[in-house]
Design a protein around this ligand. Structure first.
Ligand SMILES: Cc1cc2nc3c(=O)[nH]c(=O)nc-3n(C[C@H](O)[C@H](O)[C@H](O)COP(=O)(O)O)c2cc1C
Length: 220
């Protein structure tokens, strides 16, 4: 797959089939992930793949509680304002995201595979996400959908304890990536155009180009 296709079309794919992901596909995803950069090449990361039915069943209610907490706190005002004016483009995007996240929360135990990422001793916190994103890009190349989630952190040690993470070695859970073969079609991720969020030389100065349509696929 063209690298740009992977970059443009790797977006949150939360609706998936329960079909298992073959071990050789899982191996390619993880082998790609550990090529990612980390500060000082410390590779202070660990990954836990979870496909055990009992562990997946235990994760389901925990995830649902975290999502309910999310709606009741951080996202409360944004969701209320989207529901109050549902026809605005930004409201539509918010409500579509809510529906997608709700689907994931309702079916969490049904994901065939989860990739948990842990890190330690990383003062910036930035060293784990390149590997997580590489795993998601590799999954995309394999036709496997993914979504990056962090909300299980609301549960403190509950998930690390479930996964047998030693408590005394400083490992912190950075992300949980549910994986599965998507039921829907891949599409280009919708984002604010680069020229609206980028400047040149000085904050607020025009970056020097306007990109009103995604540059992939090429229009030539
Ligand atoms: C740091 C981070 C944390 C996230 N946490 C969650 C999460 O807990 N649950 C979830 O469903 N999505 C989570 N997401 C996914 C975002 O909701 C998603 O990337 C965003 O809505 C864009 O979706 P799209 O790629 O489908 O356009 C997270 C993304 C990032 C980068």
């Amino acid at each position: 797959m063209d690298v740009y296709e992977a970059l443009y079309t790797t977006r949150a794919m939360r609706r998936v089939r329960p079909d298992p992901i073959p071990p050789e596909v899982q191996a390619r995803i993880l082998d790609a992930a550990v090529r990612a950069p980390s500060g000082g090449n410390a590779q202070n990361w660990r990954f836990v793949l979870v496909d055990d039915p009992a562990a997946r069943s235990a994760l389901g209610p925990l995830y649902r509680q975290c999502i309910d907490q999310l709606w009741a706190t951080i996202y409360k005002a944004r969701v209320e304002s989207a529901r109050a004016d549902p026809d605005l483009p930004e409201s539509r995007a918010t409500l579509a995201m809510v529906a997608s996240v709700e689907h994931a929360a309702d079916h969490f135990a049904g994901y065939p595979l989860f990739l948990f990422a842990f890190h330690r001793g990383d003062t910036t916190g930035g060293s784990i996400y390149p590997a997580v994103w590489s795993a998601m890009l590799a999954a995309r190349a394999e036709g496997v959908g993914s979504s990056l989630t962090t909300v299980l952190a609301f549960k403190g040690d509950a998930v690390p304890d479930l996964l047998g993470v030693p408590r005394d070695q400083g490992w912190k859970m950075a992300a949980c990536v549910p994986l599965g073969y998507p039921t829907g079609a891949w599409g280009v991720a919708r984002r604010r155009p680069a020229h609206e969020v980028a400047y040149r030389n000085s904050w607020g100065a025009p970056v020097g180009f306007e990109i009103n349509q995604p540059l992939w696929p090429s229009q030539d």
